[in-house]
Design a protein around this ligand. Structure first.
Ligand SMILES: [Zn+2]
Length: 465
């Protein structure tokens, strides 16, 4: 017995020595040297750093002067380029039906090529594929951004979009949420195609009870403050925040004007009332995805010539076919004299700085995907960051809406948002400083995802005619 105990102690000592040795000089998968780390939170650059990565996690960050020739399977000399966390696009769509599954899958490489290492899919009609890709990216058997998906959207009895789950009774909501939970979606997306006010509130109540996160278009018959009280976690687009900033919002809710109520909202929008709304959004931790860039694109889609857009070389023909719908509706709107999109675009931009200053968790989202004409996957997130800067945020604040606020929505801030020990090693290397000029986020030299190093050129696959 005694001998066994002694052998056991010796074994333990051997193991602990071995472990110590490994800790002294562990073998990493990848070490990045000579990095200028972009600290988005503090709006500063940390010079001459090295970053050591094992699997998908940052294990060590230090000064180059302390660099001890750590062993790694691969080394990347950043050559004093700018190294920062990968971008999050918090509103994208994979959709367009069975025939477009392949074209949607091809978008994954496009996201990576533009430095987008995580996307939040806001609902579509090919959810089984999307959830499969999510799994494969997680297992590192597919190159692409990590995907958070809502699965199919919930809508009223006549859904606006293919693939949505129509609900009108409490039982139907219960059933729909069961099916979403079975699919293991990451959150619930609610759409306002034909959703009645009471049905909307009931969805929020049931989702809250189940601990599911919800983001939504807010039906124009409903009250945003009440939705927040019932547990809404995110608002998509600015219409509903603008409406809550109008003192006549409740009487407009009772009309059947639909989006025809927007001119009344623009005319009565009250900054002080809106400030109270921002404060409520902030205190109740409700995120807002402004989607400014798509607002700009769609506000002049009837007039602008997109035929020479270089990004069209990377978007499947089937997806490009779906762009026609928005062009037609924009032409009709123009013929009818509607200036709704232009006015919304201006009001939305003016609301960004006050929302930020009042502590709202603003999310950078592009709304890219089939049907959303000329809002190209990957590239459009950069355009959204630029629109946020144009609206008055600093480059660091705009980056925060993607890199820090994105993870915060999913309560994952512990693992993302900066390049520090213990964080996920989703990394982009930029030629130029993005804190100086937001367009420098486009100067992508390398993208690191699942400890693989990509150059944008190898990910961008132009279509063959
Ligand atoms: Zn959308």
């Amino acid at each position: 017995m005694k001998n066994i105990a002694i052998s056991f102690i010796i074994l333990l000592l051997i193991f602990s020595c071995k472990e110590n040795k490994e800790n002294e000089n562990p073998k990493f998968d990848l070490i990045i040297t000579n990095a200028k780390i972009v600290d988005v939170q503090n709006n500063e650059i940390q010079n001459k750093k090295f970053i050591a990565i094992k699997n998908d996690t940052i294990r060590l960050v230090g000064d180059m002067k302390d660099f001890d020739d750590h062993k790694a399977n691969e080394k990347l000399d950043a050559n004093n380029k700018y190294v920062m966390p990968g971008l999050w696009d918090m509103h994208v769509h994979f959709r367009g039906g069975d025939s477009l599954r392949k074209e949607n899958k091809d978008l994954l490489g496009l996201f990576l090529a533009f430095g987008i290492t995580t996307v939040r899919d806001a609902g579509g009609d090919i959810s089984t594929s999307v959830l499969n890709w999510k799994k494969q990216v997680g297992e590192n058997s597919l190159a692409g951004p990590d995907i958070f998906s809502s699965g199919p959207k919930l809508d009223g009895e006549n859904p606006a979009w293919e693939g949505s789950l129509p609900v009108s009774t409490s039982e139907e909501i219960n059933h729909a949420l069961d099916s979403l939970e079975n699919m293991k979606v990451d959150y619930v997306k609610i759409y306002d195609g034909s959703l009645r006010e009471e049905t909307y509130y009931e969805i929020l109540k049931q989702a809250e009870k189940r601990g599911l996160k919800t983001t939504s278009h807010v039906p124009l018959s409903a009250n945003l403050q009440k939705a927040i009280d019932l547990g809404l976690d995110g608002v998509e687009h600015m219409y509903y925040i603008a409406k809550a900033g109008s003192p006549i919002a409740d009487s407009l809710s009772k009309t059947d004007l639909g989006y025809g109520m927007m001119p009344y909202i623009f005319d009565t929008f009250d900054k002080d009332l809106a400030k109270q709304v921002y404060q409520k959004l902030a205190s109740e931790n409700v995120s807002v995805t402004p989607t400014l860039h798509i607002g700009k694109v769609l506000s002049n889609v009837a007039d602008e010539d997109h035929s020479q857009d270089s990004l069209r070389n990377y978007i499947g023909k089937g997806i490009q076919e779906t762009y026609k719908g928005r062009i037609e509706s924009a032409k009709r709107a123009k013929a009818s004299g509607s200036t709704m999109r232009e006015r919304m675009k201006e009001l939305a931009a003016s609301m960004i700085v006050p929302m930020f200053e009042n502590g709202v968790n603003i999310l950078a989202g592009s709304d890219s995907g089939a049907f959303n004409s000329f809002v190209y996957s990957g590239e459009s997130l950069h355009a959204e960051l630029e629109a946020l800067v144009e609206a008055g945020l600093t480059p660091a604040q705009a980056l925060q809406t993607s890199i820090i606020n994105g993870p915060k929505f999913f309560e994952l801030e512990k693992f993302f948002g900066s390049l520090e020990k213990g964080k996920v090693a989703d990394i982009i290397v930029l030629d130029e400083n993005p804190l100086e000029y937001i367009k420098n986020t486009r100067s992508i030299d390398r993208v690191i995802k699942n400890h693989k190093i990509y150059t944008p050129g190898t990910l961008l696959k132009p279509l063959k005619d």
